[in-house]
Design a protein around this ligand. Sequence first.
Ligand SMILES: Cc1cc2nc3c(=O)[nH]c(=O)nc-3n(C[C@H](O)[C@H](O)[C@H](O)COP(=O)(O)OP(=O)(O)OC[C@H]3O[C@@H](n4cnc5c(N)ncnc54)[C@H](O)[C@@H]3O)c2cc1C
Length: 433
Amino acid sequence: MASSEKHVVIIGGGFGGIAAARALKRAPVRVTMVDRRNHHLFQPLLYQVATAALNPSDIASPIRRILRRQRNASVILGEATSIDTAKKIVQLADGEVAYDYLIVAAGATHSYFGHEEWQGAAPGLKTLEDAVEIRRRVLVAYEAAEREIDADECATWMTFVIIGAGPTGVEMAGALAEISRRVLERDFRRIDPGRARIILIEAGPRVLPAMSAESSKSARRQLERLGVEVITDSPVTAVDDRGVTHGGIRTETRTVIWAAGVAASKLGASLGTELDRAGRVIVNQDLSVEGAESVFVIGDLASIKSDGKLVPGLSPAAMQEGRHAAKNIARIIRGEPTLPFCYWDKGTLATIGKAAAVGDLGRLHLSGLIAWLMWLFVHIFFLIGFRNRFIVIIEWAWIYIRNDRGARLITGDVEPLLERGEKPDARERMLSK
Ligand SMILES: Cc1cc2nc3c(=O)[nH]c(=O)nc-3n(C[C@H](O)[C@H](O)[C@H](O)COP(=O)(O)OP(=O)(O)OC[C@H]3O[C@@H](n4cnc5c(N)ncnc54)[C@H](O)[C@@H]3O)c2cc1C
């Protein structure tokens, strides 16, 4: 590799970063991808791991493997801690990397709206570890209910609360209802998992607020058909190990899932440029950073408008921005002016359960089986790696035909979960029968 070639560093091997790296395959540059994890994660299917339909390895692929045929790309496992745009250096937790051009694609994380103390009782869903932890809590709750002899305690274990009715909350609620009503009911003897309460709480007036009113109504109907209790206009004011307070009501539960807020990666702040209210970097129309034009910010970390509307935090937007930033870097190297980014909105789909989904495709609103088949096709198509696609098709076919979920494994220590928020005599009572 000629040393005169420009060095492009990409922070983050998510949807945006991988698309950018691939788009630079034939450019006369060296590409270095830095990620603190060794895998690219297909976040849209995380809820399937959290509800025991898929295994972690079905939805993740090593970044090194994804880029192994790209000769101009190399991968570094490391955490970027700050960016010095004057010296053109990315500071890592244990070193530094110099760049000529930088693409920052570090994504987003959960926001508890200033209530970080809720995190322990209400984990969010963003990483594979989060998904496995939620699966553990859900399955342990059924185990605890099975051995509980106090009816009120049993009901508390069999109540599941999901906070936030965006796509993640809706998908989680639907999948939890399905696993309770269709899968687990054959596994237990003393309890009837089909009677579990699945409660979806939303602060705003409707579910899926970013989708059309038709899709929102249809999603609510489909959720209620599955037995999900949907509560809107009910802001959460307290969360602890024994329950949730929302809209002045107290709901006793041991299992809460946080699907409400998103905050951009803190890395954006180190660029020293303007951020929006969610901490996203407000970028120029060509995705570069004001005052540091060799730096591009993309995906969930970027705040940009296209056709007067804010580009949404979705994987197609991140991929389009990744390809566009790569194209602009190639243009600068060729001495050409950069081009403004324009988002192509291909529509939005959200799934609720087996043969239940909604979709907004321009003015077309789909629901039920057809929306679900589209969702299925899109999610298989965009999964990276043949092995993953093949396995996911087989897993889904199995679930569809048999109503069975093979990944119902509880990993890790269950004692701390059983003890959470327990009344003093609870363990003895549970063990006494
Ligand atoms: C549960 C869930 C469900 C979703 N469902 C959908 C859906 O159905 N459809 C849809 O279109 N979108 C969906 N999204 C949104 C979509 O996943 C995001 O919009 C997309 O991942 C954004 O891509 P990105 O490249 O900006 O960030 P990400 O894909 O999040 O990638 C960020 C990468 O940066 C790395 N990173 C972060 N910080 C650092 C650091 N300091 N140093 C090094 N590496 C770092 C991370 O490890 C990660 O690999 C969902 C998101 C979640 C969480």
